[in-house]
Design a binder for this molecule. Structure first.
Ligand code: ADP
Ligand code: ASP
Ligand code: MG
Length: 406
């Protein structure tokens, strides 16, 4: 008898018909004798709608209250999914993240899982029930409700699979698996049969929202092998696991695009030791993740200044501007500019380690399309560039065609 953790994303539970569909699939596994823990997201669009309502009230809502608000999205779907299963004659019970024993730190809206004590989950499984768990949410040791960052239901599923030592972890979504690029942007993208944790980490970290970045980090750390597959058909999906030898023969596994970034440029920053540390420490203390950083050569001999640009997640922009404003006078920053019309385009592949000329080919392709590169960063298995938002989709298609065919 296998213990299976299944996760259904927002589009898979978008309305009551889709929820009945999910219940039918779960019932099928249950009938075979498997023990099931089912993690569900909020219905598609609900989390965004809740965020918008909060922002209509105040531009910087309290993060504790945001979590209280956002957790309601998943609470709706767990109850409806449990009802749909009961209606099919399958015994089921829903649990919030807290009831499932998911304990997090207190960083509201981006909480990290500290530990899981799934006592209730085990007890319900032992009673022969399907356990439905609210994704994306947990509770601090002090009893405050937290959420795990956007896309966090993936993390709930992976973490539960690790804690329960599940035999199988399936992430059901609205595409057939992980593709060589977002199939909505690059129609010629193909499904990947197997991908390494490291490649999916780099893809998720550079905008491929098919899996939440943190969930892939967690899976790698605890060796959770999982499958990304469609809730709309029975096609085999993508297996995500540790790298194997033959994976290196492919130069580029995928192309990803992140349109959710913003660039901040600090103009006229004093070029002396400690200044960058002060700026980035302040941002880190506000839990703002900084991605790329570029510092220009300094101007002026007597008291040299430089320009410092960095990218952050777009939703963090108001907070980042506020934080920078708070230290602006003290540090001596002349001007702060924000640009939201940017995108990050990345190519990822473990094969990059053993193949040369990959960056040159990417830059050539962009040049031929007349696309200017604003910032560049690389890792061992990834090359990322910041480009103009308006040209991002064309750039992704051109780069995909150059490396992965059209
Ligand atoms: P869910 O609600 O099931 O969590 P998401 O919307 O978070 O689903 O993620 C699935 C979406 O990710 C797909 O609809 C697709 O548009 C997008 N996506 C981006 N990059 C990729 C990729 N490389 N492979 C597959 N899907 C991708
Ligand atoms: N509902 C949350 C979100 O939209 C979590 C998730 O879907 O995974 O980000
Ligand atoms: Mg998702």
């Amino acid at each position: 008898m296998a213990l299976i953790v299944q996760k259904y994303g927002g589009t898979s539970v978008a309305d009551t018909d889709r929820i009945k569909n999910v219940a039918a699939r779960v019932a099928e596994y249950h009938r075979r004798g498997d023990r099931l823990v089912v993690v569900v997201s909020a219905m598609a669009g609900v989390t965004d709608k809740l965020i918008k309502m909060a922002k209509d009230i105040t531009p910087l809502p309290s993060e504790r209250e945001m979590d209280m608000l956002l957790a309601t999205g998943e609470q709706t779907t767990i109850a409806l999914t449990a009802m749909a299963l009961e209606a099919l004659g399958v015994p089921a019970m829903s649990l919030t993240g807290a009831q499932a024993g998911i304990v997090t730190d207190g960083v509201h809206t981006k909480a990290k899982i500290k530990n899981i004590t799934p006592r209730q989950v085990h007890a319900l499984l032992d009673q022969g029930k399907v356990v439905i768990v609210a994704g994306f949410q947990g509770q601090t040791p002090e009893g405050q409700i937290t959420t795990l960052g956007r896309g966090g239901s993936d993390l709930t599923a992976i973490a539960l699979a690790a804690a329960l030592k599940a035999n199988l972890c399936q992430i059901y979504t609205d595409v057939d698996g992980v593709f060589t690029a977002d199939p909505r942007v690059v129609p010629t993208a193909r499904k990947i049969d197997e991908i390494s944790y490291d490649e999916l980490l780099e893809m998720a970290g550079s905008g491929a929202k098919v899996m939440q970045l943190r969930s892939v980090e967690f899976a790698k750390k605890f060796g959770v092998v999982f499958e990304v597959r469609s809730s709309l058909n029975n096609n085999p999906g993508t297996i995500v696991k540790e790298e194997t030898k033959d994976m290196e023969s492919v130069v580029i596994r995928g192309v990803s695009l992140d349109k959710n970034q913003a660039k901040i440029t600090l103009v006229g920053v004093p070029d002396r030791p400690g200044v960058a540390a002060r700026i980035f420490r302040t941002l880190a203390e506000a839990a703002i993740n900084v991605d790329m950083i570029v510092q220009n050569v300094s101007h002026g001999a007597a008291s040299p200044t430089t320009d410092l640009s960095f990218t952050i997640d777009k939703p963090d922009l108001p907070k980042a501007e506020k934080v920078i404003d708070g230290i602006r006078k003290e540090v001596g920053i002349k001007k702060v500019q924000a640009n939201q019309a940017i995108a990050k385009l990345s190519i990822v592949g473990v094969g990059m380690r053993s193949h040369s000329g990959v960056a040159a080919r990417m830059f050539d392709t962009l040049a031929r399309e007349g696309i200017n590169i604003d910032m560049i960063s690389t890792s061992e298995i990834k090359i990322s560039v910041i480009i103009e938002l308006a040209k991002a989709d064309d750039a992704a298609r051109a780069v995909h065609a150059a490396f992965l065919g059209s």
